[in-house]
Write a protein that binds this ligand. Structure first.
Ligand SMILES: *Cc1c(COP(=O)(O)O)cnc(C)c1O
Length: 430
């Protein structure tokens, strides 16, 4: 497969954009080679600037649950564009999307829209601090909550891939209020509460997708809820990735644990830049202008972004079995991968939650970031390169999650499994 134009484009981009990309994980650093420059997407496929076609299991890192150029979403956006790109004044589309989310998530009575997941989480943390009058927060190793200062502590995703647990430019004075705990390890959370009586909130990805796919255990979440209640701290579920992906009505419906605040992003914007945070009215009413906690945005609730979000979420609501169908495909994909791997003597751990799937080349089950980090990174890099050659676009880091869209058919899944077979055969030398 020739990628000459991508190589040229990448050279050119690096002259003007740091690392040639506008978000680090896109640079293919951890798998080597050149990032693929995309010309267009259609349904299940990406087309690059050299005319190659790939089955897309990245889906813009999560948002595109209906695949590329879904007709309903595309038409909604075109229609919105014709009425104006931005007003900086309220529109009915915002209330429409708010209503839908409030209906779906039992824990959400009120919601506010922003323009990215980072912004949603940053604002949710400020709200939790304002509501409780406390400063400290607890986060988990391997969970990623966007790139705001106080959350860039042992972050997963891009940061973990590069082996930088935190970033220069973040003052230690900011992160001293961030306590780190271990995922699925309640003792480590108890230790945080023993160390500080000033904890405003615990933030967690209830279905972690930024250290590979690592769901939290039910019992762990239940105990987390109890610890928060006993100590007067809020529990925040960061569902920027898992929201509308793992299940339609939030992780609360599959874990049985109700959070105080939920953050959303990715799917809620249907491919446009949207983030959101919501919770009980009592908490949300602390936000300006109703309350004293300041939060704002020139493009927040942007009409074009809301149109895409409304189209995506109402389509999901109308087809409430969509995620179950995608889950079956994800299960089949991971089952096929496990079988192919074991046939060729490659240790492989797989997980599925709704339309999210994850795999680790690892001898042992993965329950936290330390476990994930013991996976075979070299093998992953080779796997990624080989699958790309076969025309399959997977996330270019072992710490990411894969996504099924409705455009990925059963036949595409079977073809992908055949490609796994072939690639594992080559990688194992058999
Ligand atoms: C992607 C992600 C974010 C950050 O969202 P951006 O839109 O990239 O700023 C935050 N939390 C989780 C769990 C995410 O997956």
């Amino acid at each position: 497969m020739q990628r000459i134009h991508s190589q040229e484009d990448f050279q050119e981009a690096q002259r003007f954009i740091p690392g040639g990309v506008n978000s680090p994980v896109r640079a293919f650093k951890s798998v080597g080679g050149t990032p693929v420059f995309i010309k267009e997407g259609k349904g299940a496929y990406l087309y690059d600037v050299d005319g190659n076609r790939y089955v897309d299991y990245v889906q813009s890192w999560g948002p595109l649950i209906f695949g590329h150029r879904d007709e309903t979403i595309e038409n909604a956006v075109i229609d919105a564009v014709k009425h104006g790109l931005s007003f900086g004044a309220p529109t009915e589309a915002e209330t429409e999307l708010a209503k839908d989310v409030v209906e779906l998530f039992e824990s959400i009575e009120k919601i506010r829209f922003v323009s990215s997941g980072t912004e949603a989480v940053m604002s949710a943390i400020r709200l939790a601090r304002g509501f409780t009058g406390r400063d400290d927060i607890v986060k988990f190793e391997g969970c990623y909550h966007g790139h705001s200062d106080s959350l860039l502590v042992s972050a997963g995703s891009g940061a973990a891939t590069f082996g930088t647990p935190s970033s220069p430019g973040v003052p230690a004075d900011f992160t001293k209020h961030t306590l780190l705990a271990k995922y699925n390890d309640i003792e480590s959370v108890k230790k945080c509460f023993a160390d500080s009586d000033n904890i405003a909130c615990v933030i967690i990805e209830p279905i972690a997708g930024n250290m590979g796919l690592v769901p939290a255990e039910k019992e762990f979440l239940k105990e987390l809820r109890e610890l928060c209640d006993a100590n007067g701290a809020l529990l925040i579920f960061d569902e920027v990735m898992s929201g509308f992906r793992a299940t339609l009505r939030g992780a609360e419906t599959i874990t049985g644990v109700t959070p105080d605040i939920v953050t959303l992003g990715k799917v809620i914007g249907g491919g446009m830049p949207v983030g959101a945070f919501g919770g009980r009215a009592e908490i949300m009413n602390m936000l300006s202008p109703e309350g004293p906690v300041y939060q704002a945005g020139t493009l927040s609730g942007n009409p074009v972004a809301m149109a895409a979000g409304n189209a995506a979420i109402s389509k999901l609501k109308q087809n409430s079995r969509v995620i179950d169908v995608l889950e079956k495909r994800a299960q089949r994909l991971m089952e096929g991968m496990s079988e192919a791997a074991s046939k060729h003597g490659i240790p492989c751990q797989t997980t599925v939650r709704g339309s999210m799937f994850g795999f680790f080349f690892n001898e042992n089950p993965v329950k936290n970031f330390d476990d994930a980090a013991k996976s075979d990174a070299e093998l992953f890099a080779k796997f990624h390169t080989a699958m790309l050659e076969e025309g399959y676009y997977f996330a270019c880091s072992l710490y990411e999650t894969g996504f099924i869209s409705t455009a990925i058919t059963d036949q595409i899944i079977e073809d992908t499994i055949a490609a796994f077979e072939k690639v594992f055969g080559v990688l194992s030398g058999k």
